[in-house]
Design a protein around this ligand. Sequence first.
Ligand SMILES: CSCCC(=O)C(=O)COP(=O)(O)O
Ligand SMILES: [Zn+2]
Length: 224
Amino acid sequence: MKTIPGFTAAAGQLAEIARWSHRNGWAPATSTNYSVRLPNEAIPALCAITSSGVDKEHLGTEHVLAIDHQGRPVSDTKLIPSAETALHLMLYRTMHAGAVLHTHSLAATLLSQRASEQGHLSLSGWELLKGLEGIKTHECTVQLPVFPNAQDIPTLAVLIEAALTAVPASYGFLLAGHGLYVWGRDLSEAKRHLETFEFILQCELEIRRHGHTSSAGPAYVSHG
Ligand SMILES: CSCCC(=O)C(=O)COP(=O)(O)O
Ligand SMILES: [Zn+2]
C-alpha cells in the first residue's frame, strides 16, 4: 500500500475496534465490518475499511485497505474490501458519516428479525440513550429503522439511501436477521453509538425473554 495520509493511524484504530467488537461477542464467524473516513488531503482515498472475510478476533492493520468514493482500492493491494462496502459508501455520502461500524450481535440479530414487519424498533426511557449525540434525557424515544436484509448490497444501499433521505436516522439502522449499522462524526462518536445501541438492544432482548424483574411493577413499558 503506498503512503496515504492518515491511513496507518486509521488502520490501527479500525483493527482495535474490530478486535474489541469480537471480544464483546458482536462479531461471530467472519461477520462485521468497520471503516473510517480519511483526512480530506487523502483524496482520492475516501476511507479505510476492513477487508472481506477476515476473522475479527485476529484482525490486524494488514487487513485494512483504503478505498475511493466508488469502493475501489486506492493503491496496489491484494485485499478485497468488505462485501458491504456499498452501505459504508452510502453513509459517507448521505449521512456525512466520519466512521461506520457494523456488528452482528445476538440482540441486534434477533430484535431486527422480530421488528422487521413494523419497520423500526422504538427505544424509550433508557438512561444510556444519552450516549447518543444530542440526547440529554432518558425521557425520549429513538427510532432505529429496520430494513429487510438482502444479498445484493449495492441495491440495498440505494433503497436505504432513499429511506434515510426521507426520514433521516441520525445514528444507525438494523438489517432484519442480520445486524446493526451505526455511524458518527468520527470514530470515537461511532464507537460510543455502537456501545450505546448494543447495550440497549441487550436490555430490550432481556425484557422480551424474562419480562421485568421488579416486584413493584414494571419500570419500563416496551412499545417495540
Ligand atoms: C459470515 S458473515 C456474512 C457477511 C456479513 O454480513 C458481514 O458482515 C461480513 O462481510 P465482510 O465482507 O465485511 O467480511
Ligand atoms: Zn453483515
